[in-house]
Design a protein around this ligand. Sequence first.
Ligand code: ZN
Length: 122
Amino acid sequence: MENQKYKKLEAYLSEILHRLQNQSDLLRFKDIAICITSEKTKNKNAQYNFPSDTIILGLEYLKKYAQKGEDAVAAIISHELSHKIFREKYSISGGKEEEIFADNYGLILCKKAGYNTNISLW
Ligand SMILES: [Zn+2]
């Protein structure tokens, strides 16, 4: 696919991913990948793909956050990672409740990993 094109960027994002992953006992040893796509997926700018344990990030979406710095990129990755934590904990898909959990737990992961969470993401 487009793997080659974004390899360096994905390697960099993986470092952020691992730094965040290491803050959670549930995730520390999980094999989670990160993948960039330039395809416009419907309404989804970032998503956690459960069957493959891959965080998929839309290129344009990623660019928008990357302009705000690594703290902002860590915020979107930690949100997606928190979906995984939710499913590991509760073994169900939680709809809106899961989104709120992901927002809150994402912040916790970022803080633990030493990222600045006092940034404006919007
Ligand atoms: Zn979400």
